[in-house]
Ligand binder design. Structure first.
Ligand code: B12
Length: 246
């Protein structure tokens, strides 16, 4: 991997790892080469980007301390506020040297199109393999049925989430070496099982266990994630009625 990009990614990881976040670098062109026109990022192809995920430890290491201290923040979902809080630490880390643009996983254009499709950025960064219907040799679903793709991480299986991409807008890394994501679900049969579980049984969490993992979300974290954003905030404010919220 190119030295500069490695050093930058290591610095980003040093800032983010204590919060349970992990990053990996990629070149914008690796992403732009495969996505359709509306999703392409408007930066030169050899611009450095880093993909950021959260591991299961993010709940204890970042979210809980965050909501206990920063509850006055503005958006509807404390999880998104918490990500913004940690990404801002990265922006500050590089403030005197490099400009960073942040593309959160939850940002959408006025057309509702996501600004970044993180399963693809995760794949090209080598962090997690993105399994799509088009990778299958054969499958059991009707042709016209939309089947969403799902990413699997070699360490966390499905027990992780994408949080966004940081673009180092002035940093060119033409020599960055590409790292392929490990194909941890290599057979057609297992891939069908994975997509079946992700598309039709995702509330049971089972797609996340498609490969054995050492750590998964705690019961408390699962319960938290099952709440819509309003109640998520209320849970931490210790409130139990809607009217107190607004
Ligand atoms: C919109 C959205 C939804 C919608 C629609 C789903 C969809 N995939 O379209 C709905 C509301 C249904 C949904 C539901 C869920 N979602 Co959702 N969703 C998203 C969101 C915001 C955007 C997805 C999107 O619109 N993609 C656009 C389409 C066109 O992309 P695409 O199909 O991948 O096509 C691209 C690729 O094929 C690429 N491409 C082309 N050729 C090649 C070749 C290669 C090799 C590669 C890698 C790529 C590639 O180019 C295409 C675009 O041009 C993402 C976050 C994000 N910002 O990406 C989360 C996301 C996909 N959702 C996620 C999850 C977990 C869920 C739920 C389980 C709910 C939940 N919160 O727990 C459910 C499960 C799905 C279900 N059964 O309903 C996770 C998935 C994590 C993972 N491990 O993959 C994501 C990534 C959120 C996150 N931050 O982690 N979701």
């Amino acid at each position: 991997m190119e030295g500069t990009a490695t050093r930058i990614a290591e610095r980003v990881n040093r800032v983010l790892n204590p919060g349970g976040y992990e990053c990996a670098p990629f070149k914008v062109e690796w992403y732009n080469d495969i996505v359709d026109q509306p999703f392409k990022l408007n930066y030169p192809g050899d611009t450095l980007a880093v993909n950021v995920i959260s591991a299961p430890s993010m709940y204890e290491d970042a979210l809980k301390p965050f909501v206990e201290t920063e509850i006055g923040c503005s958006s509807r979902d404390p999880l998104d506020d918490c990500t913004a809080f940690w990404f801002e630490k990265v922006v500050q880390e590089f403030a005197s040297e490099l400009q960073i643009e942040v593309l959160y996983d939850f940002l959408v254009a006025p057309s509702r199109r996501p600004l970044i499709i993180v399963q693809t950025s995760g794949h090209v960064s080598g962090q997690s393999f993105y399994y799509q219907r088009k990778d299958l040799i054969e499958d059991p679903w009707p042709r016209d049925k939309a089947i969403y793709g799902v990413s699997v991480h070699p360490t966390y299986g499905g027990w992780f989430a994408f949080r966004g991409v940081l673009i180092f807008v002035d940093m060119r890394v033409p020599n960055l070496e590409r790292v392929e994501p490990p194909d941890v679900v290599p057979t057609n049969e297992k891939r069908v099982e994975l997509l079946e579980k992700f598309n039709f049984h995702w509330k049971e969490w089972t797609f996340r266990d498609i490969i054995p993992v050492d750590v998964c979300y705690s019961d408390e974290m699962k319960k938290y994630l099952e709440l819509p954003p309003g109640p998520r905030r209320r849970q931490y404010l210790g409130l139990d009625t809607d009217e107190l919220l607004y």
